[in-house]
Ligand binder design. Structure first.
Ligand code: UT7
Length: 325
């Protein structure tokens, strides 16, 4: 049976680092509050590079690391909520830049679960046959859709991109997934609203207040803990696994307290959750592939290890994936 294996990973962030102390100079906040409530100490914020610049760099690294020529790429899927344009997709911009002339390229939107949805889509294309490989990337410049006067949201996010090159294989790769959507709750986390203003109505257009990230933090917290716990439990049960079989859990890097709740509830040692939100903040769709790439770059995974990725986000959406390395 054909499986989809992760062959290479890559990540990239803009150079500029913004610390909690830097933020305390522009909004009424403190390093103590941000650290205690979120675990975040600093994040990378773009000095002007748009999302395309970050995802293109990740795609270039993936080609180099996988040792694959661009013309051989069958599929490019990017997850993002901060694309440069409405159209073209970021995936098409990557295609142009790397010269992947034979690829099918498109973007998906599932906010912070975006990478899980994109990887799941690539997996299905590959398993259906006809597509032998894919570049899958999550990338964001959330700094452009954050209200920098709103302390309740602007301290949480960062910019970055991460991704994986995956290939059809006879050996096990992506083993099982649990992804889902709860659209009924979409209002608890929104961004990027543009109203329908035109020459024949009264709407004014321009930047709408709901353009910026708008979130009911407590409700999102509740959603996240509930869905991630259920989703992890389901995937482990379906594969007859316990946490002991899993080398690393790679959660969406939103908030260390969410991870603490999941760890406690499922009795998974806290050290098994790989975390880097202290250095990057919440990078939405980029957070899971950036963390996975760090694990990979540090050589913490051996062939055959089991890794569990799990994210949640706007939509509302969630996604968990069990991968054999
Ligand atoms: O990818 C999905 C992204 N979203 C999430 O993962 C969000 C999940 N939710 C959370 O992580 C938490 O709800 C937050 C970190 C966003 C907030 O933590 P909280 O413990 O739920 O705090 P809160 O919103 O209830 O606010 C507590 C207090 C409020 O003051 P009062 O009303 O008690 O006087 C806020 O005004 O903290 C205040 N506050 C701040 N104070 C200093 C809110 N933001 C800040 C800030 N600095 N940056």
């Amino acid at each position: 049976m054909i499986s989809t294996r992760v062959i290479a990973t890559a990540g990239c962030v803009p150079e500029q680092v913004v610390t909690n102390d830097d933020l305390s100079k522009i909004v009424d906040t403190t390093d103590e509050w941000i650290t205690q409530r979120t675990g975040i100490k600093e994040r990378h914020i773009s000095s002007g590079e748009n999302t395309s610049a970050l995802v293109i760099r990740v795609a270039e690294k993936l080609l180099e690391r996988a040792g694959v020529e661009a013309e051989k790429i069958d599929l490019i899927i990017v997850a993002s909520v901060t694309q440069d344009y409405g159209t073209p997709s970021l995936a098409c911009m990557i295609q142009k830049e790397i010269g992947a002339v034979n690829a099918v390229a498109f973007d998906v939107i599932a906010a912070c679960s975006g990478f899980m949805f994109a990887l799941s889509t690539a997996d299905k294309y590959i398993k259906a046959g006809g597509y032998k490989n894919a570049i899958v990337i999550g990338g964001e410049t959330l700094s452009k859709i954050v209200d920098w006067t709103d302390r309740s949201t602007c301290v949480l996010f960062g910019d970055g991109a991460g991704g994986a090159y995956v290939e059809a294989s006879d050996e096990a790769g992506i083993i099982r997934e649990n992804i889902g959507s709860a659209g009924a709750q979409y209002e608890i986390l929104t961004e990027g609203y543009t109203e329908c203003a035109n020459a024949f109505n009264e709407n004014k257009g321009g930047v709408h207040p709901l353009w910026y990230v708008n979130m009911n933090g407590r409700e999102v917290f509740k959603f996240a803990t509930k869905k991630v716990i259920k989703s992890l439990e389901k995937v482990m049960a379906e594969e007859n696994l316990t946490q002991e079989d899993i080398k690393y859990f790679v959660p969406h890097q939103a908030n260390v307290r969410i991870v603490e709740v999941v760890s406690k509830k499922l009795d998974i040692p806290f050290e098994k959750f790989y975390m880097n939100m202290d250095r990057f903040g919440n990078t939405s769709s980029a957070s899971i592939p950036m963390a996975l790439n760090e694990i990979n770059e540090k050589g913490l995974l051996e062939r055959g290890n089991l890794v569990m990725l799990s994210g949640f986000g706007g939509g509302m959406t969630w996604g968990t994936m069990l991968i054999r390395w």
